[in-house]
Design a protein around this ligand. Structure first.
Ligand SMILES: NC(=O)c1ccc[n+]([C@@H]2O[C@H](COP(=O)([O-])OP(=O)(O)OC[C@H]3O[C@@H](n4cnc5c(N)ncnc54)[C@H](OP(=O)(O)O)[C@@H]3O)[C@@H](O)[C@H]2O)c1
Length: 287
């Protein structure tokens, strides 16, 4: 059966390279995009009828829910083989989403948690299905600020980014305990330093200037994407759930990403925030 892969962040950098990699392997790909014009341009350049796009601003809990429902409507019968979370952001200035959640956390982690939950029925329909979450080496300097997860006090680009990337690793390890790897396996990916425009999009001043130099030392996006395509497709990697991968091999993540109490607390926090946002009972905090 033709493999069906859903990729977020499909319109740029590592996500776009993953889309091309999965298409080259003969997969059908559903790319998730926030910008319709960008998605249309990519579709017209790639010209492959195995590629389609769905639109979603992943910073919105309701939009993620709509996306999950649409994926279930389209693929509920046959299921999907892999959900590849690549979308990510980093920002100089603290910004709250319409749900009252700090944007880096909303896009980089809350959306991962929510969309995965919504796609689990689809993933369970296909044997050997996988969820890949792009984290970062930055998780090693991260802490989960449970008392102030939206970082009202002491926001800094790296504090927010590293927190979200630690959450990604905690989540992958958490889900590998919750879900039988015979049904769905979870993989945290460290892509290394990659030459993309991510930092230039929502940063300014010194941070943007530093990245304009730093990215030149990074790998082309095709390098981590190649490893990710292998992890998602190769039978040798089936069932190897809950690991942290760099350069196509498992390596040790930060020791605090293994704390079961923290995993449970994070899981409950995300479930609570999503439920509140969907109930419309959140009172967005003033920035
Ligand atoms: N580059 C690195 O050195 C590096 C290192 C470690 C980890 N990572 C991680 O790798 C992942 C991909 O980053 P990248 O470097 O490839 O960055 P990128 O080129 O900026 O790609 C990020 C993708 O996420 C999408 N996106 C951002 N916010 C979104 C939102 N609210 N809703 C929907 N889509 C959204 C972007 O959409 P647009 O195309 O519309 O902008 C883009 O397609 C991220 O999770 C990042 O944290 C990157």
């Amino acid at each position: 059966m033709e493999r069906l892969i859903v990729v977020t962040g499909a319109t740029d950098g590592i996500g776009l390279a993953c889309v091309k990699g999965f298409l080259a392997e003969g997969c059908r790909v559903v790319g998730i995009a926030r910008n319709p014009a960008k998605a249309e341009k990519i579709a017209s350049e790639i010209k492959n009828d195995r590629l389609s796009f769905l639109l979603c601003d992943l910073s919105s809990v309701r939009a993620v829910r709509e996306l999950g429902l649409e994926l279930n409507r389209l693929y509920g019968k046959d299921g999907i083989d892999a959900l590849v979370h690549v979308a990510g952001a980093v920002a100089t200035h603290r910004e709250l989403t319409a749900d009252g959640v700090e944007r880096t956390f909303a896009v980089n982690h809350l959306a991962v948690h929510h969309l995965t939950e919504l796609c689990l029925p689809l993933l369970k329909k296909r044997p050997g299905s996988r969820v890949l979450v792009v984290s970062s080496r930055a998780h090693k300097v991260g802490f989960v600020h449970f008392r102030d997860v939206s970082l009202k006090h002491g926001y800094w680009l790296l504090t927010a980014y590293a927190q979200s990337k630690l959450m990604n690793v905690l989540y992958v390890r958490d889900m590998s305990r919750r879900i039988d790897p015979g049904l769905v396996s979870f993989y945290a990916i460290d892509p290394g330093l990659v030459d993309t425009g991510i930092v230039a999009k929502t940063t300014s001043g010194l941070e943007r200037w530093i990245w304009s130099w730093r990215r030149k030392a990074g790998d082309p996006a095709g390098v981590p994407a190649g490893h990710m395509v292998n992890i998602a497709l190769q039978s040798a990697h089936a069932g190897v759930s809950g690991k942290y991968w760099r350069n196509g091999e498992t390596v040790r993540p930060a020791s605090r990403s293994g704390a079961v109490k923290t995993m449970n607390r994070l899981h409950a926090l995300c479930d609570g925030l999503i439920a509140r946002a969907l109930a419309g009972s959140d009172r967005p905090e003033k920035p």
